[in-house]
Design a binder for this molecule. Sequence first.
Ligand SMILES: [Fe+2]
Length: 149
Amino acid sequence: MADNSVNNDHSLRELVAQTFVIYMKTYALHWNYEGQKFFGVHSMTEAQYEELAAAIDVLAERMRAMGQSTPVSLRQILESSHMRELREASDEQALKDLAKSNRQISQLAASVAEMAEKVGDHYTHDLAVSRIGVHDKHAWMIESFFKAH
Ligand SMILES: [Fe+2]
């Protein structure tokens, strides 16, 4: 297991890093979104950032349990993440970007799950699979703000 866990190191680190980036994007909307959807966006993002904070802790502690090192700075988070940060964007663009980011990390979680299964790391596999469900759900909820009625 020790040798195999090395193969899983990079992907779990990226999953932690991308979850952190999404956490920040979720907070940015929670704090700054304005307009008719304010209350819905504000409430939804609160539930999501609370879930993400708990998940970051579980994923990072799994890294430690497997003898891996976690990111220790925001710089390392960004270096370990292939997720684009959003800088200048309208509220609507930020909302769409957050939905896209949740779809992106869902795919990453699927590849982490596959990789973990290949090396017999059942617990990491289970964690990664659970992240697929959460991020697909978050994406669906965010995308629902854009459906025409
Ligand atoms: Fe809040």
